[in-house]
Design a protein around this ligand. Structure first.
Ligand SMILES: Nc1nc2c(ncn2[C@@H]2O[C@H](COP(=O)(O)OP(=O)(O)OP(=O)(O)O)[C@@H](O)[C@H]2O)c(=O)[nH]1
Ligand SMILES: [Mg+2]
Length: 226
């Protein structure tokens, strides 16, 4: 699939776009989570059938911070100013049965070529072959949305009919006008994307966390895709 005129191919049946809207919904409690294990390859991932929700995104986009925000913990997933901190696939058990999965970030330029290759392979294998995978949360930096990796992930999600939540993170770093402009560009690129929801988010301030919690809780409970 290709990206034409900044738009993704309209392959899908239904779009649920909530970007920038304040949606009033009942408050979903934070997810309780604890670290379970790490894996450096698909073969070393837990061997059971529990549904998983994976957090993907470019290095430094805020995947680990988002996991901490949604679970109300400071140090569950390791956050760092140094891109490339998350180097293994990290699994977190939750009170909802399903697991949260922190994937290594894409595009960490300083890692050696061979390390980049092996992380890339583990993540590719996980996304393509992990039958437990129920849904993907794609974390983007709202200041640099829809980088090639993000577009690739979205197009992959559409083709695989993988439920996906897009979090436009670090919204606290932009003024309201710039946030809305960024959100509009993401929404127009998502025009027609099946089962894809995008939410303006800040792991730092909690903006959008009620919506994100609602969706991620649903992903963890719904085992129809796995
Ligand atoms: N201002 C602001 N900073 C954030 C936000 N989310 C994350 N950060 C910061 O961005 C940096 C990277 O955050 P991480 O959560 O480690 O990012 P990551 O995507 O897990 O990075 P890798 O593990 O390297 O792939 C840290 O300095 C965080 O404090 C946010 O919503 N707002
Ligand atoms: Mg991380």
């Amino acid at each position: 699939m290709t990206q034409r005129d900044g738009k993704l191919s309209p392959l899908s049946r239904r779009a649920i776009i909530a970007t920038g809207l304040r949606i009033h919904m009942p408050k979903t409690p934070q997810i309780e989570a604890s670290f379970l294990t790490s894996a450096d390859s698909l073969a070393n991932c837990p061997m059971d059938a529990l549904p998983e929700v994976a957090f993907a995104g470019r290095s430094n986009a805020g995947k680990s911070s988002t996991l901490n925000c949604l679970t109300g913990s400071r140090n569950l997933a390791r956050v760092s100013k140094t891109p490339g901190r998350t180097q293994l696939i990290n699994f977190f058990a939750t009170n909802l049965g399903g697991r949260l999965v922190d994937l290594p970030g894409y595009g960490y330029a300083k890692a050696s070529k061979s390390r980049q290759k092996s992380w890339g392979k583990a993540v590719d294998d996980y996304l393509e072959l992990r039958s437990n995978l129920n849904a993907v949360v794609l974390v983007m930096d709202i200041r640099h949305p829809l980088q090639p990796f993000d577009v690739h992930m979205i197009e992959w999600g559409i083709a695989a009919e993988m439920p996906m939540l897009i979090l436009m993170n670090k919204a606290d770093k932009l003024k309201q006008g710039a946030r809305i402009a960024a959100a509009r560009s993401v929404d127009s690129a998502l025009d027609g994307a099946t089962e894809t929801l995008s939410v303006m988010f800040s792991a730092k301030t909690g903006l959008g966390s009620a919506e994100a919690l609602e969706v991620v809780t649903g992903f963890l409970l719904d085992s129809t895709h796995a």
